[in-house]
Write a new protein. Sequence first.
Length: 233
Amino acid sequence: MSRVAAIHQPNFFPWLGYFDKIARSDVFVVLDDVQHQKTGSNWSTRVKLLVSGEPRWVSAPVRRPAHGTVLLHQLQWDPLQPWREKLLKTLELSYARCPQYEETMALVEPLVRNPEPGVAAYNLHAVRGIAQALGLATPFVLASSFAVADSASQRLAALTAAAGCDSYLAGAGAQDYQDGGVFEARGIRLVWQDFRPRPYPQRGLAEFVPGLSVIDALMNAGLRGTRELLELP
């Protein structure tokens, strides 16, 4: 039987599509040993939530090295800023009237308060906690646990093989730069994710806003409703 690997950086309370990848894979490889991006889109330290009825970035500050680069599993949160309390306050002010607020906060609050200083470890703990609550049993493995030194598509193919899988679940946005020949040369089948979020009622909004943190779905639809959005059995 074919075994599917998904490979992704450990994102900060990510969107539903991230959990669709987890659900569709036999092994989820956490890409914790890539360089942290100082600029541009960085989903390891921020995500979008509805704040005052509008989609806004919510970020957590990190402690940056004075010189050089840092890998994700080396990156740490800024210990001098009370961002955990600020995030919880934002959730309270923005979602307190949502139908599944109490259920969601019982799950999310301990994950937010987790004192883990490392960004990758913190994010993975939160993702695993939410995945478990959704009933997902996919095992997680760290990319840093494999001795794979390749880059780009070669590395993804090598990590897929190292995880004991023969198929790689790639995001739809990767079609422009994923080198299919590299996977074919290793005997690995490319499987394309085509996750299209189904609209769900968002309290106070007339038009659905996609691409928000899974927290938004949980607040509005609850665990059962979020499972249905992910089309889980």
